[in-house]
Design a protein around this ligand. Structure first.
Ligand code: SF4
Length: 697
């Protein structure tokens, strides 16, 4: 029972620690690494070893994506399986770490160079290290999210290399060595041995979280705030044991716990979080307020369509399918609503998480957390919505709140009248190539979109922009609530207008609210854009691509970013026009159109789009993710394949080994008909490139 936590004895860790085990140096030297792993040889921290420590070890190297199909202590078999090292004799790249090697080696401390834990925020990485026996992570620098995940799980981290010898000698080490210089909350999380233990102490009123400036005696009664700051202020937990929330104002840097309105997760994360819950809270315990928790089966629904035979034979499809079973079982036991697979013979999900949250749940003024970087999607309706990791979502099932620090905000103001073929995706590709974003200044900030061209967008198109706050590297994205948000709530959800207006009231930024940067963009100067392969920030105007046409093999129209009703309108508009010109999807191209939810599919059916798509030669796919994580139709299968997609990101390998261009829904549909990367020009006949198939007949 959750109530049991209120009386469960909870102690801080001892103030001195001793570690019993070996030191593993993650060096860029196959032979030296293998000697540690397989011959029991210990290295000394010489200048040469320090020089050879691997820098930039990503979480993909610690736990490659396919390893993340495991969600429990079995992960401890696999840390560093993707670690690349150089064979100093041959110069070849090796992957020397084998299953169980770390655990069998008896290591307790793992040492690396700079930027350890970069890349994906997956908590599976430190969890795998923990269950392989690693208690202390040492590196020259450690990435923020990985570091936080380690702290949340109770893995100690430090950049002090002096500690290594002391561990090796079995000396007693003060816990303070790992907390020095940390903020109040982080220090206490480390002292309690993890976020869960800290939260139990917090619920018991044993720890105090720092007060914000507004709570200081003599603080001013108000300050001008952004819409996001207003939402944070409303949701700040002021007394966890009594469930009290709300302060008059917050400012950037104010840290604490914030009460959530919606907490959601998908099958990649729910299983591991549910294991944490069952182990730490109890098999029979119930999550707090199950009605505001949602689970989704969306990411791996189509995996069986694209997983290689080799991986299937290794048993990985079975392991991946366990994720679905574990999530479903947990949802049934907890009474949490699950948007699962569709019943019947058709393969498909009921909805992609972000699509459903915006369609049915998020409201202006809400605070939403989800286990996915594109959670900001719901910011389109004037909510603060952001992604969190496994431990954070598991803790939110107990406390209903989430730890955060109010970020700084920057504003993008879009003015001017856009051309008829310019969309929210084109705005985003323009924003993503702005130096402020490209140079990394926006990382961790809130991006607020404003201006007449943004106000003119429907909520679906706004969601394309808030969704891609993830690509900006922002904490979240948000658009103030207005008359269009009210119309959306009334027309799409059947909400009473007076209630919708009440929700939207005050959910705008104050005059005088502070932004660290304001970027102005003239929509009339933007032309349809494409992001060149490997980074969404590689945007160019399509008509600047040059005379040489970029042939495509695949066009993918879908994902959480572009599987909404307004996106379907755009695909249909281009294809209907091409149909009237006697055109079809180009014979060299496979066009996949995938909707974000059953509601969107039914919308397409009601508008006659399904017949149009079929007549044009497109393959319509039931809802689900997949193309954007190499787990569904639409992915490339060879480095020579070229595709264009309306999804949000095109990082290397993200959708298969081929070359992936990003474009707007209009551009993807037009390119599918033309056979090469192009834009749609309303009223102009699309001229298809000569087919390779025909020319080889
Ligand atoms: S559709 Fe793609 S980007 Fe969106 S949530 Fe699914 S995997 Fe992530």
């Amino acid at each position: 029972m959750i109530q049991d936590l209120l009386v469960r004895p909870i102690e801080k860790r001892p103030t001195t620690l001793r570690f019993d085990g070996r030191i593993l140096y993650l060096v860029d030297d196959t032979e030296a690494l293998e000697a540690q792993l397989y011959d029991g040889r210990d290295l000394e921290l010489s200048d040469e070893v320090r020089e050879r420590l691997r820098d930039q070890i990503s979480t993909d190297e610690i736990t490659p994506a396919y390893i993340c199909f495991f969600y429990d202590e079995r992960l401890g078999d696999f840390p560093y399986l993707g670690l690349r090292t150089t064979n100093r004799s041959t110069g070849a790249t090796d992957y020397p770490v084998k299953r169980n090697a770390v655990r069998d080696g008896g290591f307790v401390c793992s040492v690396a160079g700079k930027r350890r834990g970069k890349g994906s925020s997956r908590e599976a990485s430190p969890y795998a290290e923990l269950h392989a026996g690693i208690r202390v992570v040492v590196a020259e620098s450690i990435e923020r999210i990985y570091n936080e995940n380690c702290q949340n799980l109770g893995v100690l981290t430090t950049t002090d290399f002096g500690i290594i010898d002391r561990i090796r000698r079995g000396e007693e080490i003060q816990l303070e060595e790992f907390t020095r210089g940390k903020d109040d909350i982080t220090r206490q999380i480390i002292e309690y041995g993890g976020l869960f233990e800290f939260n139990v102490a917090r619920l018991q009123g044993k720890v105090r979280t720092p007060v914000t400036a507004a709570q200081e005696p003599g603080a001013p009664e108000a300050r001008p705030m952004t819409v996001a700051e207003k939402i944070f202020a409303r949701h700040l937990v002021t007394d966890a044991s009594r469930g009290e929330t709300g302060v008059p104002w917050v400012r950037p840097g104010d840290a604490g716990f914030f009460r959530t309105d919606i907490r959601f997760s998908h099958e990649y994360v729910t299983p591991m979080a549910s294991i944490f819950f069952e182990e730490k809270v109890g098999e029979d315990a119930k999550v707090v307020d199950a009605d505001s928790i949602l689970f989704f089966r969306d990411h791996l629904t189509f995996l069986s369509k694209v997983m290689s035979q080799e991986r299937i034979e290794e048993g990985l499809l079975d392991v991946a399918n366990e994720l679905e079973v574990k999530q479903r079982t947990f949802s049934e036991r907890q009474g949490v609503k699950l948007y699962g697979e569709q019943m019947g013979r058709q393969l498909g999900s009921q909805a992609i998480c972000h699509s459903k949250i915006l369609e049915e749940y998020a409201e202006p003024g809400m605070l939403v957390i989800g286990t996915d970087s594109h959670t900001p999607h719901a910011g389109a309706i004037g909510a603060v919505a952001f992604g969190v990791g496994t431990t954070a979502i598991f803790n939110s099932w107990i406390t209903k709140d989430v730890r955060a620090s109010v970020p700084e905000s920057f504003k993008v103001v879009i003015t001017g009248e856009p051309a008829a073929n310019v969309t929210a995706k084109d705005y985003m590709l323009e924003i993503l190539r702005h130096p402020y974003i490209r140079d990394g200044h926006a990382i961790g900030q809130i991006i607020e979109y404003a201006g007449p061209a943004v106000e003119a967008l429907g909520v679906d198109e706004r969601a394309t922009m808030t969704n891609m706050a993830a690509e900006v590297g922002a904490f979240t994205g948000i658009i103030a609530a207005d008359a269009r948000s009210v119309d959306f709530l009334v027309n799409e959800r059947g909400m009473d207008r007076a209630r919708a207006e009440e929700l939207a009231r005050g959910m705008q930024s104050d005059p005088g609210a502070e932004y660290v940067k304001v970027i102005e963009i003239d929509a009339s100067k933007i032309r349809p854009m494409a992001a060149l392969p490997n980074d969404p920030g590689n945007g160019v105007f399509i008509d600047d691509l040059g005379a040489e046409r970029i042939r495509i093999d695949i066009a993918y129209a879908g994902s959480c970013t572009a599987g909404k009703k307004e996106d379907m309108d755009m695909y249909a508009r281009v294809l209907a026009e091409a149909d009237s010109q006697g055109r079809r999807v180009h014979p060299d191209v496979k066009l996949f159109i995938q909707c974000g939810s059953i509601e969107v599919r039914e919308y397409c059916r009601s508008r006659g789009y399904l017949e149009l798509f079929e007549r044009m030669g497109a393959e319509f796919i039931e809802p689900g993710c997949g193309a954007c994580i190499a787990a569904g139709p639409g992915v490339t299968s060879s480095p020579d394949d070229v595709s264009i997609s309306s999804q949000n990101r095109n990082f290397p390998g993200r959708s298969g080994p081929g070359q992936l261009y990003l474009g707007s829904p209009y551009s993807v549909a037009a390119s599918a008909v033309a056979g090469y990367v192009t834009s749609w020009i309303p009223g102009q006949t699309i001229e298809p490139i000569e087919s390779r198939k025909l020319s080889t007949v």
